[in-house]
Design a protein around this ligand. Structure first.
Ligand SMILES: C[C@H](NC(=O)O)C(=O)O
Ligand SMILES: [Zn+2]
Length: 579
């Protein structure tokens, strides 16, 4: 019959040639929109998105007609099966149009004035709980109600698209990216293994906040009010390190100040990041990267999308980063993160366009994160001249590890509940009349947080987070949180590193680079357990490595919490509202 294996190969070649053009045009139109937000660019992007969807629909539908079971070539079978998942392109054209236009626009635009990151700055720097409450509530009032209006319809259409692709609901389609039928149990098990780390950090930070904000705000046996953690979503607590520093007499270097004193500029930050990757023997960025990236917020008043991101234009030489770079250590690390995505694009750029993705989305995130564990090590910062004093004594080391924990350990329950909550919305466990209440019951259960003021169903607090408004899955960040330490342990072993894991810096190690390269150049052409085994020798993602990395700090926290008689967890679970 017509749909035989020979025809399949011709079909796939035709797909390859047309896809590069269609996706490149879509990426260009998207780039033009997010770097210059206006009606005309939005329409042009929607047009190219529709074109891309129609292209996916045609090839996805055709791919289903081939009798894959009888085929011999495993690559042909793998490619055809990947083509069949076409996500929202499976919807009837009018509903697809509605999803594209109705998709809640990510509220994080940073045009001067109502810029998303201005509110975030208040959350990061203010120590006045009234001001924090004002910013916390102001941002949610600005984005929540408007997203809520379209969210129910977005859920319906997402589930319809998922069913058209053969999935129960959109949560199941998202989970399918990890190709595991024990995913939910594995994740819950991973979460349980990490609980001791989080509970000890939570109890210790609660005590410090109690010291600063007093008993009328902090219940030592209860949840922490969500506006006091130095971050709009309480997903990373690193901004309150000064309030919780274990040894306050030994404050950590202000790396941002050192960068400014040394006149660091955004371009230097990008060059430093590229230099690290090439020091491992990995690929450098092509000329287009430096010509076409947006490394700073445009000065001509254009409205741009704030959220840092890395872009593949699917033509093998055009790769870009979009970031409104400020000269800070946070932005330097964010650039290293985005360069991790760019390195993956570069490594798999000669594969079929079907395999130009991470072996699973968590790997895409883990590349930059594993590099950051070396960059942010005392040894590397010292070599880069970003620290003022040479030696790090054991108390300073605990302070350093606390800084890492406030970023990484605090993130665990947030990253877990972000998709846990949305799976429940997609599968109907959480109905629309209790969206907000259920969001907060999960935030209480997993993060031990409370809204700082009573919330109602008029509010829609999940939408305050970019990924929920922009309907981006989040499980990749939970898994990459653990994966990065597993990679770090393996790469450090390859460099022959002896001693504590957190002191390892793989800079200049061609051995470590080779291990990474062997994984990245496979793209999504191999199942991720097989790829993971190439780096770590294991096919699972256990919590062992992150526990090894955090041991010194956990021991200190446990001792401290026992001394203070802390209660781990929040037995007084009522959300404590200020009267
Ligand atoms: C961790 C995640 N990072 C990203 O989207 O690049 C976030 O910002 O919430
Ligand atoms: Zn990322």
């Amino acid at each position: 019959d017509f749909y035989n294996e020979t025809m399949a190969k011709i079909f796939l070649q035709y797909y390859e040639n047309t896809t590069r053009v269609v996706w490149n045009r879509f990426m260009e139109a998207s780039w033009n929109y997010v770097t210059n937000i206006n009606q005309q660019n939005l329409e042009e992007m929607l047009l190219k998105d529709m074109e891309r969807s129609q292209h996916m629909l045609f090839f996805g539908t055709q791919a289903r007609l081939f009798k894959i079971a009888r085929f011999q070539d495993p690559v042909v079978k793998h490619m055809l099966s990947k083509l069949q998942n076409i996500d929202k392109a499976a919807l009837p054209k009018d509903e697809l149009q509605e999803v594209m236009e109705g998709a809640p626009r990510s509220p994080g635009t940073c045009s001067p004035g109502e810029s998303g990151d201005w509110w975030e700055d208040v959350m990061a720097t203010s120590r006045d709980q009234k001001e924090l409450l004002w910013a916390w509530q102001g941002w949610r009032d600005a984005v929540g109600p408007q997203v809520r209006m379209t969210f129910e319809r977005y859920v319906q259409l997402s589930n319809k698209a998922a069913k058209l692709n053969g999935y129960e609901d959109m949560g199941a389609l998202w989970q399918s990216m990890y190709e595991s039928d024990t995913l939910e149990q594995d994740l819950e098990h991973l979460y349980q293994e990490l609980q001791p780390l989080y509970l000890n950090l939570h109890a210790y930070v609660r005590r410090a906040l109690h010291r600063h904000y007093g008993p009328e705000l902090i219940d030592l046996r209860g949840p922490i009010p969500a506006h006091l953690l130095g971050n709009m979503w309480a997903q990373s607590w690193v901004n309150i390190l000064d309030l919780v520093l274990p040894f306050p007499k030994k404050p950590l270097d202000d790396i941002t100040r050192n960068m400014k004193v040394q006149h660091w500029k955004p371009e230097k930050m990008f060059i430093e990041a590229e230099n690290f990757y090439t020091s491992l023997g990995l690929l450098s960025t092509p000329p287009d990267f430096w010509r076409k990236s947006m490394m700073e917020r445009p000065a001509d008043g254009r409205e741009v999308e704030c959220h840092a991101s890395a872009w593949d234009f699917y033509n093998g030489q055009d790769f870009r980063i979009k970031k409104c770079t400020e000269v800070t250590i946070e932005d330097l690390l964010s650039i290293f993160h985005q360069m991790g995505h760019i390195q993956y694009f570069l490594q798999y750029k000669n594969l079929s366009v079907i395999f130009r993705a991470g072996t699973n989305p968590a790997f895409e995130e883990a590349v930059g994160l594993v590099i950051i564990l070396s960059v942010f090590s005392h040894k590397h910062l010292l070599n880069k001249g970003l620290l003022s004093h040479q030696h790090q004594d054991s108390e300073e080391e605990v302070n350093f590890l606390m800084g890492i924990a406030l970023d990484k350990i605090a993130f665990i329950p947030f990253a877990y509940l972000m998709d846990l909550s949305r799976w429940k919305v997609f599968d109907g466990t959480i109905q629309k009349d209790v969206y907000n209440q259920e969001w907060w019951s999960l935030r209480l259960k997993y993060q031990g947080l409370c809204p700082p003021t009573p919330r109602t169903e008029e509010d829609f607090d999940p939408a305050a987070k970019f990924h929920i408004s922009a309907s981006m899955p989040y499980l990749r960040y939970f898994l990459s949180l653990v994966l990065q330490f597993q990679f770090h342990e393996a790469l450090c072993k390859a460099t022959g590193h002896m001693g504590l894991l957190h002191r390892c810096d793989i800079y200049n190690s061609k051995m470590a680079g080779k291990l990474l390269e062997d994984v990245l150049k496979l793209g999504s052409s191999k199942p991720w357990p097989e790829v993971l085994e190439k780096i770590t020798g294991e096919t699972k993602v256990p919590a062992k490595a992150i526990m090894t990395y955090s041991k010194l700090l956990l021991n200190w926290l446990v001792t401290e919490n026992v001394q203070q008689g802390e209660i781990l967890g929040w037995p007084d679970f009522s959300c404590y509202f200020e009267e």
